[in-house]
Write a protein that binds this ligand. Sequence first.
Ligand code: UD1
Length: 435
Amino acid sequence: MDRLIIDGGRPLTGTIPISGAKNAALALLAGSLLASEPTVLRNVPRLVDIHVMTEVLASLGMKVDATVDGALRLDASSLTDFTTPYDLVTRMRASFFVLGPVLARLGQARIPLPGGCAIGSRPVDLHLKGLRSLGAKVTIEHGYVEASADQLVGAPVYLDYPSVGATETIMMAATLADGTTTIDNCAQEPEITDLAEFLIAMGARVEGAGTEQITIHGRPRLEGADFTCIPDRVEAGTFLIAGAITGGDLTLTGVRPEHLAALIGKLQEMGAILTAPDGDVLRIQAPERLKAADVRTMPFPGFPTDLQAQIMALLAVSEGTSVISETVFENRFLHVDELLRMGANIKTEGNVAVVQGVDRLSGAEVRATDLRAGAALVLSGLAARGHTIISGVHHIDRGYEDLERKLVAVGAAIGRTQVEGQASDPAAQVPGLTR
Ligand code: UD1
């Protein structure tokens, strides 16, 4: 039972290097199942979710090794199994991404339905509809999706919603199909473009990634590749907001500013100064207090749902009233109750939150209910008066590599304790925290 303890109210200044993108890496790892030769993936973050995905790959017969320089070497030349174990899919939904590649490689795949999670019911109907369009027989029996096709056949697919996961599933399956597949109304997220570039590096023929129509000309087999994962735009966005919420001056290195345009625009509208002194460097200089702004989450290039909780933490201490509309997931306001415990003034109705900025949050004991909700609590703790104690840290560990080390390096007072039951003074257990 880890807990994070933060002594808030310090402006963050300095430089933070950004890690590889979790969500891109998860799709690339699944995509590596398509290659009949070994592939090498670089800049993969060391995170719990990545570890679970490597366990999924190993369960299917892939050989996964870390190279001396920290890359992952993945050898799917001889896959031995087409069933993904239940306990791995329930530990991480993104395990479901292996469905398309395993079906395309082995002609059959069996994987548990992932079910819902804290932020929504999260169906997979669009993944399955896409695979059926490519000629697969797909049934759901005893909680498992069973898909089979002697040979997938390219076809037009229209997505009712530009789902990231469904676009990835169909793209991957279509690379080994016979003929041409078009995916209309597909997702345009940077993770989609990264996956397309990886597939192209393996010899696939993919056009249009990053637009609303992707075309894939199938090939009989894919080769190995050596590929570097894009930087994590959600991690970078979280740190930009950390700079903003503490009135700090932070420089992020190894970023792709074009992936963060919606957040950058919003932070500028709120009064922060953002500059890109170099192609892969972003700097934020923030005044003590920013101004309110309205936010509506949308598929890329709109404002990302994965930064909604974090910007809410910032709006909670900005001057004026903000309206946040969450349009991507139906239940993504679980952080609101925890922010209220810290003194925020937020009212929700359906998928809309009205945030009345307060002068200051005050540290409290709070609980992370999911990954990005947890990030919002860390940000609130960095800005709040006094100590914030966050439980449910395993959610945060799913998506932020070296979070405390990176924050401490720019002046935050944050530490971790392992507690059994209730500690009388958790802050006393963290060296360097002042009372
Ligand atoms: C991915 C990201 C997640 C991000 C989300 C939206 C990964 C591992 N996760 O999740 O961090 O928040 O994109 O940017 O990359 N939907 C359906 N039917 C489907 C599939 C999706 O109705 O078959 C709905 C979902 O319930 C949700 C919306 O579409 O309301 C968006 O989901 P989707 O884009 O698929 O998100 P994920 O790929 O699960």
